[in-house]
Design a protein around this ligand. Structure first.
Ligand SMILES: [Zn+2]
Length: 162
């Protein structure tokens, strides 16, 4: 079973093959890559650099919401390199949304088999957002107890690097 795919020549690799591919530093300027950005694999056949060379579209939209006013949201569609179909129809592409207000959970995503489907899915999600076809729901609450100082939760300890 093939799990990984080169984003350039399309060669598929099992995880056991992928792990043994030649590696290069993610950031060529790292003096010690194990402490920096680390290493990434290179396709044996075409030189495609996994992670770095992957196909993607990312666009920032401004959408209008009743709940939070105007917010910026990034719609990002990427080639995943790793099959997310998990044994079913291979899913090599994914769209995700990243609202600038980090406290919004975002389930607006799609997964696709081909780049053509991914481009179409990206446009559909973008248009839905721009045309107000979405809902924002409050799903998380925080509890704050009003009490004397003695019983208040202490502030989290700040860890210092040694
Ligand atoms: Zn390749």
């Amino acid at each position: 079973m093939s799990d990984w795919k080169c984003g350039k020549c399309g060669r598929e690799y099992a995880s056991s093959e992928h792990i043994n591919l030649p590696k290069i530093q993610v950031n060529p300027d790292d003096i010690d890559p194990r402490r920096g950005a680390g290493y990434t694999s290179v396709c044996e056949d075409c030189g495609y650099v996994f992670h770095k060379d992957k196909w993607s579209i990312r666009e920032t939209l401004t959408i209008e919401t009743k709940e939070l006013g105007s917010i910026n949201i990034d719609v990002s569609t990427v080639f995943l390199e790793l099959d997310h179909g998990f044994g079913g129809t291979p899913l090599w592409y994914e769209t995700m949304c990243f609202p600038e207000k980090g406290s919004i959970n975002c389930d607006g995503f799609g997964r696709y088999t081909t780049q053509e489907e991914a481009e179409k899915g990206h446009e559909e999600i973008k248009n839905a957002l721009l045309n107000g076809k979405f809902t924002i729901e409050a799903t998380e609450y925080s509890l704050y107890v009003q009490s004397s100082e003695k019983t208040q939760t202490p502030a989290p300890e700040v860890k210092t690097d040694e």
